[in-house]
Ligand binder design. Structure first.
Ligand SMILES: [Zn+2]
Length: 152
């Protein structure tokens, strides 16, 4: 016997909390076939980091390597989206919500904001690495930091 109601009323995280952006988009599923939203969302749901499961993981596609269940549910959600079956979509959202609560419950706490900030810092670092000229004075890439211009 399942006691899901007890669990959900006490401590379950809702789909709205797990993936707020997609939750809003999928409230009236499916969107009109030839609408801009349908085209844009269809593109986003096809990628691991921007799909429903990706949003839950802080817009990261790392789960593809790390959690086979998330990966599987991700595929199911994509396929529900393109078959435009509201029933299938809702069933998979429910499955995903249960899986998230079972396996990733604690991720949510440090999910969105903290992870996003960390990722942005990493991105920023990568950018700095790319922009840095190999050697100062070398005439390959004459990029002068703004701060230098302002102080000299
Ligand atoms: Zn998972």
């Amino acid at each position: 016997m399942l006691e899901q109601n007890n669990i959900s009323s006490n401590s379950m995280i809702s789909f709205e909390q797990i993936a707020p952006r997609w939750s809003k988009r999928l409230q009236h599923f499916p969107p009109p076939l030839f609408s801009a939203n349908n085209i844009s969302w269809g593109l986003q749901i096809a990628f691991a980091d921007t799909c429903v499961v990706g949003e839950a993981h802080g817009f990261s596609g790392e789960y593809v390597q790390e959690c086979s269940e998330c990966r599987q549910i991700g595929f199911e959600l994509v396929s529900s989206y393109f078959t435009r079956s509201a029933e299938r979509m809702h069933r998979n959202i429910e499955l995903f919500t249960l899986h998230w609560n079972k396996c990733h419950y604690h991720h949510l706490l440090d999910n969105t904001k903290k992870n996003r900030r960390r990722r942005q810092q990493q991105k920023q670092k990568r950018k700095e690495l790319v922009i840095q000229p190999e050697e100062e004075g070398k005439d390959t890439l004459p990029i002068i930091p703004i701060t230098t211009v302002m102080t000299s």
